[in-house]
Design a protein around this ligand. Sequence first.
Ligand code: SAM
Length: 234
Amino acid sequence: MEHKEKEIEELWSYFFKKPRNNYNPYMLRLLDFPDYILFKKKMMNDYKGKWKEFFGNDNPIYLEIGTGSGNFTKEIAKRHPERNFIGLELRFKRLCLAASKCQKESLNNVVFLRRRGEELAEFLEKEELSGLYINFPDPWEGNEKNRMIQASLFSSLDSLLKVGGILFFKTDHDQYYQDVLTLVDTLEQYQVIYHTSDLHQSEKAENNIKTEFEHLFLYKHNKNINYIEIQKVK
Ligand SMILES: C[S@@+](CC[C@H](N)C(=O)[O-])C[C@H]1O[C@@H](n2cnc3c(N)ncnc32)[C@H](O)[C@@H]1O
């Protein structure tokens, strides 16, 4: 019991500066998935340029920002054993659920990092990324400067994403969709190679992997799903 209390204290003080009065039990469960979840920044940063050593192969690396509970990550990793996947998520419970799904399938090409999408350059080397998925990011209505997809993301992809690499973006938010199309139009190194405002009525529907939020928007709110593929062309 004392040992457990010490573990909680250590983890709490790793993540939070404020004193502990209660804690999220999923914080401690991060420790149950050592092969699937990294939460210490230094460890992630030490893999910069060396993720092939982590995965034990030279396969291309794809990254997802904001995996949620990991349905998409688990499924795409299963479909593509010839690729490696790094999933970023901040919430403890979602990280544990995602890791648990991948563990059940014994996947060896996925890892989840408790890390912000804004910090890619701290743990990825130049041209280490072959592709990027961003599914249903927060649209930050009224506070759009906080959005994940904005000019600063492309500035870091200028260095981190290989030429030919693709950013895949899905959103229920029609204005976010339009804003990203407009933004990419201003960027010389990137080109929209596919877009639709109704993914589920498009030719891409058949191979589409639905995320948890996508289920919600589709079936509960009967909402059209917007989808864009953006390629780095030079
Ligand atoms: C709206 S949810 C979508 C989750 C999942 N992609 C889906 O479609 O079901 C957005 C997710 O991004 C995570 N998130 C928010 N800001 C983030 C950031 N800066 N870096 C990484 N993940 C973030 C949230 O914790 C949340 O799980």
